[in-house]
Write a protein that binds this ligand. Sequence first.
Ligand code: PLP
Ligand code: COI
Length: 359
Amino acid sequence: MQITMKTTPTSPEERERILTSPGFGLHRTDHVLQIDYRGDAGWGEAVIKPYGSLSLDPATMGLHYGQLIFEGLKAFVQSDGSVSLFRPAENARRLNESARRLSMPTLDEELFVEAARALVEVELDWVPTGPGQSLYLRPFMFASEAHIGLRVATEYSFLILATPVDPFFSAEVRALSVWIDRDHVRAVRGGTGSVKCAGNYAASMQGKQLANEQGCDEVLWLDAIDRRWIEELGGMNVCFVYGSGDEARLVTPPLDGSILAGITRASLLELGRSRGLTVEEEPIAIDVLFTAMATGEVTEAFACGTATVVAPIGTILCDGVSREISATRPGPVTMGLRAELLAIQTGTSPAFPEWRTRV
Ligand code: PLP
Ligand code: COI
């Protein structure tokens, strides 16, 4: 790996100021990693270089035809002061699933993990240490060939940038409000909903705007065919808790081809099971959910994802009617899972050591 350090990096004082309250995605670190691909030569050497603008031909295919995929993963300071990545091999695997779906070249999964680790090693001073904070890595790959004809590109760039972050919504846990968009769909089975490509997010922007105009944080997307089955949020999976105490059940929609297989979702399901919680991956119809909410059977709901971690959902707005999920927010199952996941990510819990990759 070729590493060129920035000659005038951010000053320690400025970095400390940023790290005190980084927000989400507002600040980038001093370096970026890049690997380029050419159809005739394959992947080239990984380069870590000073962070800066990319120079792109206006005919860059990724800008026109959307061969553009990305990932999101976090590096956490551990209780012993070291830094670990959370499940980077899962991101490597998912990036390749996305690549295959969009006819893009796959990247060696060990190289992906090595690249993420190398960038964090260069940016160790940028890993924030406050509660819930982390260094968020954004690996992405796009078609970099300049060509206007519609075909699969032959040249690609893979990059990883790093940004110190607080949790996506806020450092404090607050309940989200979600809106059911009856008019638009985010993804359809057979489409690209189950992979992480930029087009999915473009398709969800208008719904998110409409949700925000109505005072809601996010859209809770329904399936594209029956417009009845709950799928996920624009950038998070969704889980519901039915019942409470020993009777509590964690229920989330199954991965049926249009939902992204979240690494946080998978981790929480595994964590829940290991704690004796009943975990179900079952289709959830919105009308049936509303009935279960009315009878008090649904006790909690939350969104989960790398950026978000776990965020309780307090209200669902649908057809002009706002429904509350639970009187006691945030609920104990949601907050328990959130605390345990963060403890595993930061190494204060010894559980699931294989989920941490030391930098
Ligand atoms: N669903 C969508 C559409 C997402 O963009 C994300 C975020 O990456 C998730 C779910 C959660 O996935 P993960 O937990 O792997 O971050
Ligand atoms: C993530 O959680 O990593 C995401 O990619 C969600 C969002 C910021 C797009």
